[in-house]
Design a protein around this ligand. Sequence first.
Ligand SMILES: [Zn+2]
Length: 348
Amino acid sequence: MKCLSSTVASLLFWANAAIACTGFATRHDIFLPLNGTLAVENQLPLNAAGYAVSNLGRGAYMITDGVYQSFVLVSTAGVVVVDAPPTTGHKLQWAIGNITSTPVRWFVYSHSHADHVGGAYLFANQSNPKVKTVAHANTASQLAERPDPNRPVPQITFKDRYELVAGNQTLELFFPGIGHDLGNIIVYAPKQKVLMMVDQVYAGWVPFESLAASVYVPGWIRGHDQILSYDFDVYLGGHLGGPANRTAVEVQREYVNDVFNNCAAALIKSGTNDPAVGIAALSADVLGNNPNNAWAQFAAYLDTVADLCNNMTSAKWLGRLAGQDIFGYSHAVFYLLVCNRLSAPCWM
Ligand SMILES: [Zn+2]
């Protein structure tokens, strides 16, 4: 059971909550250890400068600061860099300089979010006029609307597909539709069979909070199948250590499918006369303690159904994917708030 924190929930469940929450000061002091997870096993040790490089072969590299990833492709016509997280900063330049003396000639935005591309200015600036910047048209619009000197507005944009030919190397860029962000793209290196789609799959972990904070959840969910339609061996999600593989994508698809099914089952149960989660019994209790307080009724109902959904999900995934104890509840809530009110189901 989640440690209920709201006044309403406490009024409703104070007795049980007091028992369940014994020893928990806040919801942030109950993290489980990560030993044995895929996420720990594929963490790359950082060098003294604070980064790690994974050689993916045939001129392709993944560079990480341990939390974020960039993709680098060395060609005969210059280096292509996909993403430059501000946390990696100048370390990314040093890492590339230690790989090749070939200059950077292209910078690709995976999407607009500053935590992944806030270091774009390190490559795309007035002293590097030969660096071409590439992004989806939606990403360009987002960056143009709210100008940020750290994320220059891209020069080359596309709507559906773009083939970036750089000397002896090729990158296929594809827009799968709105999902995590308005212009999140699939970056595919066919010769190396490396695929990058940032903030889509978190290898060894549950997704980031609230179904990866996606602007359109059905599109983000569809992204799993769109990735798996490619012929790739290495997957880069932009986060959390080393390169991943197809299995990591399939495992997260299974997890998200479980969240969907568990929340659907919890919703059905809430429509019954169940004394614990049935909406009739629940509403009577809440309104008894909070007369005429409709939001109290909504909040208690949402807490209860999300708890039920999340407990079912945890029964299978706690200890199997890292972070279920941290973000699992947010996924249940987000599913209930977003998916349940769409005209089309989230899982398509
Ligand atoms: Zn993002």
